[in-house]
Design a binder for this molecule. Sequence first.
Ligand code: GLA
Length: 366
Amino acid sequence: MQDIFGHLPDGTPVTRFTLRNPLGTEVDLMTYGAAIVACRTRDRDGCLGDIALGFSDLDSYVNHSAYFGAVVGRYANRIANARFSIDGQTYTLAANDGPHHLHGGRRGFDKHVWNATAFEHEERRRVTFFRVSPDMEEGYPGHLAVQVQYTLTDGDELVVDYAANTDAPTAVNLTQHTYFNLAQESAVDVLDHRVQINASAFTLVTEGLIPTGDIVPVEGTAFDLRAETAIREAIDQPHEQLRLARGYDHNFVLDRTGEGLVLAARLLEPTTGRTLEVSTTEPGLQFYTGNFLDSTLRGRSGRPYPRRSGLCLETQHFPDSPNRSAFPSTILRPGKTLITQTVFRFGVRRDAHVPPFPRIALFRAS
Ligand code: GLA
């Protein structure tokens, strides 16, 4: 199913697609930012609820920069001092986060209309988005052709396949920036979610959330989320890194033994029983707890989004990799095709602990 979500100020139409599987899961996507606009999944009682933060109208997506649901590029996350070099040639990028470069610059991939084709055949339904980022867009060298394909399977998985190639050496790091709240998009916060991240280390950051280059073990710290942990219990621990970012906004170095898909994170929301599993071929996961949300943006349901009302599980390479030769490389060269995959798997856990009703004093009949 498809319709027109809205028009840009210059009249360009933005198409919205709805993918629906036999379980009733529905994912709305749009050509603006190749973004996930809504994601309706079942809770443990079978009731559908929208678990992705977003706006009800296109203008809000155009006018705000929270990256709700968008594909982020050409380089997701930060590049220190908005500068990097390839083969001795230095490139200056748009500085849109203080002196640093964030999420592709002033007008990143989230702020463009992509071409799209939809395909539906029995158990496969998908939308493929495509755009060519011109040479020197936001300062990056080379024309970059990018394809992002979303497939909703009968097994309740949203598979995101990324492919890119270039005509000149360039830096690329693509991610999906959906903010999830498994209780429902309009719920107050995500603090009761239980999270598990399969990472024994993370990249330490300094002011401006720029990596120092150190990869440090999580063991014994608030960053040790290898066992299921309620976010509320971990996020306010007195840890210098949590203070710097006002919560989690860090790149976790995923535990993997080889290439291919690896389980990166699991999420459980106890009141609804909804679960989300994220698997990826990428080496890192930026876990971001919506620390910059501050109630100024009003979501689809009409309610403002306060701090920590959504969380992102952004599969990607490490921040500032173009300036860090010890990090896995993000340089793409002509003749090579970048291929990555991330899988979001929706589910429910029936045995999840349901918090008790608030205690109230009962009057006894005398
Ligand atoms: C990412 C970053 C955050 C913030 C959000 C968007 O997750 O790591 O610091 O910029 O995007 O607000």
